[in-house]
Design a protein around this ligand. Structure first.
Ligand SMILES: [Zn+2]
Length: 123
């Protein structure tokens, strides 16, 4: 029996991924408040500016909530890229380490145990 029909073979262009280093969008970032010590550490695996625009308008976002509750302004123009990774898993671990180390006040998941649970359930 020959199976010449459609075979699902999706080849990921690894070489292209390596070449397009500048287009890499797996980044961890740190957003600071212009007016106080508050900051937020996040990560994204999409284009960063897109994620930031979500932060600006979403009432779910910690940054947005900080702005509306204090009347202060998050410094979206000076976002610090704290790290990069080539896989989501690596970036997730890095983000977690930064959060545990810097303890950003706007991150709600500061409980380290729940962080590790996030890691486990997503791995
Ligand atoms: Zn503030």
């Amino acid at each position: 029996m020959l199976r010449t029909g459609r075979q699902k073979q999706l080849r990921v262009p690894f070489k292209d991924n390596i070449k397009k280093n500048e287009a890499k969008s797996l980044v961890g970032y740190n957003i600071k408040c212009k007016n106080c010590e508050a900051n937020y550490i996040g990560k994204c695996n999409r284009i960063l500016s897109y994620r930031i625009s979500e932060h600006k308008k979403s009432s779910e976002s910690s940054c947005c909530q900080h702005e509306s509750s204090t009347g202060q302004t998050m410094d979206y123009d000076n976002i610090e890229i704290i790290d990069k990774a080539d896989t989501d898993m690596k970036l997730r671990i890095k983000e977690l380490l930064y959060i545990l180390k810097r303890k950003p006040s706007l991150n709600k998941q500061l409980n380290s145990q729940s962080n590790y649970e996030i890691l486990l359930t997503n791995s």
